[in-house]
Design a binder for this molecule. Sequence first.
Ligand code: ADP
Length: 457
Amino acid sequence: MSELLQDVVALAHPAARRAAARAVARRLGGEDMVIFVRDPQVSALLPAPGFAQTLRGGREWRRFVDACVVRGECALEALMPPDGGAAEPAFGFACGEDVVAVVLGATGATAETAEFRCLLPLLASTYASERAAANAEAQARLARQAAAHAESLAAALDQVRGQLQRALRDAGSARQQLEVMNDQLQGQAIELEAQTEELLQQTDRLQQMNAALETARLVAEDANRSKSDFLATMSHELRTPLNAIGGYTQLIQLGIHGAVTDGQHAALLRIERSQRHLLRVINDILNFAKLEAGHLEYDLTPLSIAEVVADLQPMIEPQIQAKQQQYTVRVASPSLLVHADREKLQQVLLNLLSNAVKFTGEGGAISVEYEVPVTDAATVVVRVRDTGIGIPPDKRESIFEPFVQVDASHSRGGQGTGLGLAISRDLARGMGGDLRVESDGRAGSTFHLTLRRPSTP
Ligand code: ADP
């Protein structure tokens, strides 16, 4: 085998190709060599596998190898004359249209060029199969990559499918829960309906009871009015003969019907005291009956409170003197006016003062004072104080109820009806005021009578 042939055989081995290319190039008058083979996929001449794939001035090389195919062989200088001798010389020769050998550093053909040209198709087919193998390898790699990709895609799809299945399961159990809740709600709705029905029935019953109560109240009010009317009439009927008893007693005392002995005088005094007491009781009942029947009328006018209190003094004086008590009137403003009914105001104050005297021992002190309180400038407060037996805390409200007394011994053996304070409070309220009591149970009591002041125009 010739040496050229040995080198060409070496060119077929990928590992020895670079060195073999330089050896063949030297035989063909150059330094290195690149073999171009047509790639059917791109239909262009490309450097065969194992040769430098990128060459200086790539496009010029392509033009050069295409020229070699057209001319059979061609020197680079012939195609592109060197500009100042800087370009490296090259000589290319083709074998058919599909293979071109370019000898770098050679300027023309040598004796061995023709022999090498004949061997070129063999090399070309070797390189073509190498490229095909490389392409197949690349495609196989791509296919493997695609398969791996498809696998991971399938795994991802599996995961998504799993998630979907779980979501479906969750949705199923949520729907079941909703159905249970729906059932419960329906049950509750039915219960509520029943309760509403029950409530409506109860409301009906309550309305009926209310109507019955209203009728009963009207009947009771009617009965009460009848009772009060009866009491008022009866009291009036009783007062007339009682007044006659008083008058005749006084006439007998004056001796108009003949001389009166000491014994008869003492008996007449007792009759007169009893007659007065009975008259007071009947007056109280009459007043109370009138109040309850709503027959009382108020003549409210501006009154000087100083004047009203002063007018009372002669009425209360004998009782105060009898018990040697001290009586004081404290006047803050002598010209103070109240909006009240004179007669009824006197009645209230007289009742308070009588009680004060009655429930205070001998030598005790009674006082009346009045002022405009700082808390309400539209009112006047009249206070009746005493240093008497006081009122226990649990009785401070009930004594304003009709017929209530603290106790029998307290009220000194039935000297009263228990109506005075009930009447007084009603009268005070009827005049737009009020009546209440303060007492510490030891140092006497203080009754507070609130009255309205005349409104300034
Ligand atoms: P009466 O004096 O006719 O019993 P009142 O309604 O005026 O009726 O008084 C009711 C009761 O309140 C009296 O019985 C007495 O127990 C008590 N009370 C009234 N004023 C005083 C007072 N100043 N001090 C102590 N107790 C009083």
